[in-house]
Design a protein around this ligand. Structure first.
Ligand code: XMP
Length: 508
């Protein structure tokens, strides 16, 4: 398989670069700038991209790399900091620019294989305070902006290219074309990273690795574990056991849907553990959000590992780890790996032959493509994020069976209306919350004193910040009307118009 290396110098768009390369059907992997040159040499990359980064190259504590990397005979593209680094490594000069450039800037390009099929004048996305004040010898200037005399340069003999702007960002008008040119014109890639190949290859690899041994996988009903289950089932059928712990805190009928999907569509041993009652028992009287989360988490793993012990066969343990879960950061502390949010701590008394992570090289959108090709229903493949503690953090105060049913029914109405209006695609996440509040209302000619439902809907790219969604009033009116009519014990509906920060997406 062809591979492009994205050498990470700590910039904020590093994952985006890898994703854009993969959009052009070439596999890209991200490694920190501390990666040994020998590792890079052995991997036989078709091309190397130096990423951006927040530092100045002339600060000696900034991330640098040995100059030998430019003599491996592998084409290199430097972006932003990566561009300055190449200039600096090759004997040019980098200094603080008299005018910093941020945002959309007009770029004038000259003839270069990197700029094939792009207009001479175009818009690029800039974000820099340093610039190349003297180009290194052997390089040719291939682009300028008003304030950046060397916004792009090349050394065609050595196949080294560098751009001061960010082609990976969609605001760069021809950014995608430039990356395409780097991959196909310069690195001579053929484009073998397609999801059908991935499925075939992975299934073959899984068969070879697992043989006739057993695999056990914790299925949560989320995208990643569902797609991992589908792939492994295709490879080993009934030798895969999926353990699905239903703690009674999923959305309406979701547990049944997960069970039906995996027992009818896939050949596997599906074990559903219903433990709603015991969960509620351990949560009785608990109102403090962190305590609730802690109890739900602890109980979940207790039930999960007990079931695994019951299965009692020495085999592999599979997880739905995806690529962003395991990328190392190049921000100075390169040996600190980001928290593996869906990698679980194993109890010491359980032994496995090894860990199987069939999605470990995929981004989320690629996982979804694989899921669709495996025939997993769109409700699972395109499922919005759902917190581990489930409805437990969407019912404020003590959990009861009645409250769970109320929030499930109201949430179902909300989802139904969003689907009917085709509005889901505008939202990153939307759901109902049941606050611990009762208010007075009037229904028929009777006074009521009952629960209220809050609707939460947000738009966001990364969930670190989020904006409350401007859902059209007509849709909100319909949702409110249906919830108060169809869900017993609700006499009022409110809409949460708080962004994050200061609010969080979930209420608890
Ligand atoms: P907050 O509420 O922190 O949510 O703004 C950001 C995103 O994270 C999800 N979330 C969780 N996901 N376990 C999870 O797996 C959790 O405990 C949890 N809490 C929040 C939330 O739904 C949103 O997508």
């Amino acid at each position: 398989m062809e591979k492009i290396l994205v050498l990470d110098f700590g910039g904020q768009y590093n994952q985006l670069i890898a994703r854009r390369v993969r959009d052009h059907r070439v596999y890209a992997e991200i490694l920190p700038y501390t990666t040994d040159l020998e590792v890079i040499r052995k991997n036989k990359y078709k091309g190397i991209i130096f990423t951006g980064g927040p530092n100045s190259v002339y600060d000696m504590s900034s991330p640098h790399y040995t100059k030998e990397i430019l003599s491996l005979g592998i084409p290199v593209l430097g972006i932003c900091y990566g561009c300055q680094l190449i200039a600096w490594m090759c004997g040019g000069e980098v200094s603080t620019a008299p005018v910093s450039e941020y945002g959309k800037i007009e770029f004038v390009s000259k003839s270069s294989p990197l700029f094939k099929n792009i207009e001479e004048h175009s818009t690029v996305w800039m974000s820099h305070t340093d610039y190349i004040s003297k180009m290194p010898e052997g390089f040719e200037n291939i682009g300028t902006t008003q304030d950046c005399p060397c916004a792009a340069m090349q050394n065609t003999e050595k196949n080294i290219y560098a751009v001061q702007f960010h082609p990976e960002v969609t605001h760069s008008q021809y950014g995608a074309q430039m990356l395409y040119n780097f991959l196909y014109e310069i690195c001579k890639c053929k484009g073998d990273w397609v999801m059908d190949n991935f499925i075939e290859r992975t299934v073959d690899e899984l068969k070879a690795e697992i043989g006739d041994r057993k695999v056990i996988l914790g299925l949560s009903g989320g995208v990643d574990s569902s797609v991992a289950a589908g792939l492994i089932s295709k490879a080993i059928g009934k030798n895969l056991t999926c353990v699905f712990v239903d703690q009674g805190l999923m959305r309406k009928d979701e547990g049944d849907f997960v069970e039906k999907t995996f027992t009818t569509l896939f050949d596997m041993n599906f074990v559903r553990v219903n433990c709603g009652e015991s969960f509620l028992k351990s949560l009785r009287g608990v109102t403090e959000p962190e305590q609730k989360r802690h109890i739900i988490g602890t109980e979940f793993y207790k039930v999960f590992w007990d079931e695994i012990r019951r299965q009692n066969e020495l085999g592999y343990f599979a997880q739905g780890t995806i690529y962003p879960d395991r990328i190392e950061s190049g921000k100075g502390d390169a040996d600190k790996i980001k928290t593996h949010h869906n990698q679980v701590k194993m109890p010491e008394d359980i032994e496995f032959l090894g860990i199987i992570e069939p999605l470990k090289d995929l981004f989320k959108d690629e996982v979804r493509k694989v899921g669709e090709r495996l025939g997993i229903p769109k409700e699972l493949v395109w499922r919005q994020p759902f917190p581990g503690p489930g409805l437990g953090v969407r019912i404020i105060g003590e959990l009861t069976e009645e409250k769970i049913k109320i929030v499930q029914d109201a949430d179902w109405v909300l989802r139904d209306e969003m689907a009917k209006n085709g509005y889901e695609k505008n939202l990153a996440q939307f759901f109902c919350v049941l606050p611990d509040v009762k208010t007075v209302g009037v229904m028929g000619d009777h006074r009521t004193y009952d629960h209220l439902i809050a609707i939460r809907a947000v738009t966001t790219d990364d969930f670190m910040t989020a904006d409350w969604a401007r859902i059209p009033y007509d849709i909100l009116a319909k949702v409110s009307n249906r919830i108060t009519n169809e869900v017993p014990h609700i006499n009022r509906v409110v809409y949460d118009i708080t962004s994050k920060p200061p609010g969080t997406v979930e209420w608890e």
